[in-house]
Design a protein around this ligand. Structure first.
Ligand code: GRF
Length: 205
């Protein structure tokens, strides 16, 4: 199946790498879009031979203009699905609605606990014993849409932000290609907040 997927990034791009390296999702990635120049994720895209585009957040007057510029790139590449992979900007509602049910995000916590940009730090500060990874569909609120895949990661007594995030990312790197595959194969049935994973024949498991 040929799918056209865009991956949006802001940083190191290890989740992008897991999508690129996965034998199913890798060939689907038609473009990588970064919100700033000079990040490692762009090097990963180029190393994989995937077009890498910078839509610089700082060069746009507001979120709507930034969103329109991203939308243009998505249209140029005939994008059908979008994967946010460490993308640190909130997409404008108009763009989210244009791709409704076709945008995924990965988050390093067990949503709805610890949404936002500092979830691992806040997990440790709260003293939680369990964290994890959540892959969810994107709606118009931050870290909020229906959950596709989710897996727990234990918090160890000696963990700091770096060590806990590293273990959570190992889980994200497994879950994210799987979730993208399920989405593109049309195997996600969304009922309100609940996402059912259909088997290969389109039937409930
Ligand atoms: C991941 O933990 C992702 O869930 C969060 O930011 C991190 C990005 O890491 N939103 P990377 O750029 O994929 O290495």
């Amino acid at each position: 199946m040929a799918a056209h997927v865009a991956v949006l990034v802001s940083g190191s791009g290890t989740n992008l790498q897991s999508l690129l390296d996965h034998p199913v999702t890798g060939p689907w990635i038609a473009v990588v879009v970064a919100d700033r120049p000079g990040i490692a994720a762009l090097d990963r895209a180029r190393a994989a031979g995937v077009p890498a585009v910078v839509v610089d957040w700082s060069e746009h007057p507001d979120r709507e203009a930034f969103g329109r510029a991203i939308h243009e790139v998505l249209l140029e590449h005939s994008i059908e699905y979008v994967a946010l992979a460490g993308f640190m900007r909130i997409l404008p509602g108009e763009l989210v609605r244009s791709f409704e049910g076709r945008i995924l995000n990965t988050h390093p916590a067990l949503l709805p606990s610890f949404p936002g940009a500092h979830s691992v730090r806040e997990t440790l500060a709260w003293g939680a014993k369990v964290s994890g990874a959540t892959v969810h569909l994107v709606d118009d609120q931050v870290d909020h849409g229906p959950i596709v895949l989710q897996e727990a990661v234990a918090v160890e007594a000696e963990d700091d932000e770096e060590s806990l995030h590293r273990r959570i990312k190992e889980t994200e790197h497994r879950l994210y290609p799987e979730a993208l595959r399920l989405l593109v194969e049309g195997r996600l049935k969304v009922e309100g907040r609940r996402v059912h994973v259909l088997d290969g024949n389109g039937d409930p498991p």
